[in-house]
Design a protein around this ligand. Structure first.
Ligand code: DP6
Length: 346
């Protein structure tokens, strides 16, 4: 007999960035962060988890058709936590099949190229954790699952919720209070849009895991970002979302992206994620806002050169329209320079 469950998890793009770990094993961050979850229809991972006694003894993971290594500590941590919860259920109810003792087969598909460097690990681990939780019929809440997904990839904890999502850094050494929470559902501010400029589909130079460790160890700007700048911005951002105040949302988003990339430059040896095309995108956003006489567009960049630009639906023409007219609108995800995709939030 084969037991099986499927789920999808969307990509999230941070407006207050997670950068720095106080515990690299448990992915416990040095600051809280906040993101917008994109619509499932745009960028998402679809994952099926199954288990059977007839499977080969080793757990396995297939991503877009190619076998992945599951022996890494992060994947192992997710498997271990979920199996322990299933075991607990099984010990309480003798009638339950002992799924915790069967090998797992995970099959994942992204509807965008993994290589495009678009937060694929966030959607990937969120979907993996929820698919196994569904397979095991665990009574876990999104909050519980966010604590497990965090151990796969920090930013993954935020993809367990839709809409506007915070990740509370927490203080406990075991990570029990380092979890995601929903600031507001997407329906609270449903006209939020994002256009993504795929500047480069190449894999990023310095992985976020390595990059943030070097930043913590060497940057002198880092301490004040973590202890003063981000805590203040978390408050400002949550209020801006509650009030649907786009100008504040946008300004804080851009300033926090700039602060994160300044911290990267202040790392030794320095880390450069932005390139000339990224900087041109920043200039375009500035000119859009200048022409509008107010802030109607906000850029943000993760650990790579691709720009995500947030705007409200009513400004579609001025923002996404301008990018598309400059760069040309193309279908699909060939990952050529300057491709755009428009994303809803969900
Ligand atoms: C710049 O979540 O990929 O995108 O925990 O090491 O897997 P690990 O890092 P990851 O880092 C994301 C960094 C970021 C900012 C963010 O998403 O908050």
């Amino acid at each position: 007999e084969i037991y099986r469950a499927s789920t999808t998890a969307p990509v999230n793009i941070a407006v207050i960035k997670y950068w720095g770990k106080r515990d690299p094993k448990l992915n416990l961050p040095t600051n809280s962060s906040l993101s917008v979850t994109l619509a499932q229809s745009d960028l998402r991972t679809h994952t099926t988890a199954s288990c059977a006694s007839a499977y080969p003894a080793e757990d396995s993971l297939l991503l877009n058709g190619s076998p992945q290594d599951v022996s890494g500590a992060r994947t192992q941590a997710c498997f271990r936590e979920l199996r322990a919860l299933r075991k607990e259920l099984e010990s309480k109810n003798n009638g339950l099949p002992k799924l915790s003792e069967l090998p797992l087969k995970i099959v994942s598909e992204n509807n965008f190229p993994t290589a495009a460097g678009l937060a694929s690990s966030a959607a990937g681990f969120a979907a993996l954790v929820r698919a196994i939780a569904n397979l095991y019929e665990l009574p876990s809440s999104p909050t519980d699952l966010s604590r497990i997904a965090r151990q796969g990839s920090g930013s993954a904890c935020r993809s367990l919720f839709g809409g506007y999502v915070g990740w509370e850094q927490g203080t406990a050494a075991d990570g029990s209070d380092s979890k995601a929470f929903q600031v507001a559902p997407a329906s609270h501010w449903p006209n939020m849009r994002a256009v993504i400029l795929v500047v480069s589909a190449a894999k990023k130079g310095v992985s976020s895991t390595t990059g943030m460790q070097t930043t913590v160890a060497t940057s002198s700007l880092f301490a004040s970002r973590a202890s003063e700048t981000v805590p203040r911005r978390m408050q400002e951002m949550q209020k801006a979302i509650q009030d649907k105040d786009f100008e504040t949302f946008a300004k804080v988003t851009m300033m926090d992206s700039n602060s994160f990339h300044a911290t990267c430059l202040d790392t030794y040896p320095p880390i450069f994620y932005l390139n000339d095309v990224s900087r041109a995108a920043i200039k375009i956003v500035e000119s859009i806002n200048e022409a509008a006489g107010k802030i109607i567009a906000a850029y943000t960049f993760d650990a790579g050169p691709n720009a995500v630009v947030y705007y409200l639906e009513e400004n579609e023409k001025e923002v996404a329209g301008l990018f598309k007219s400059i760069l040309g609108e193309k279908e699909g995800w060939a990952g050529e320079r300057g491709q755009t995709v428009t994303a809803n939030n969900e």
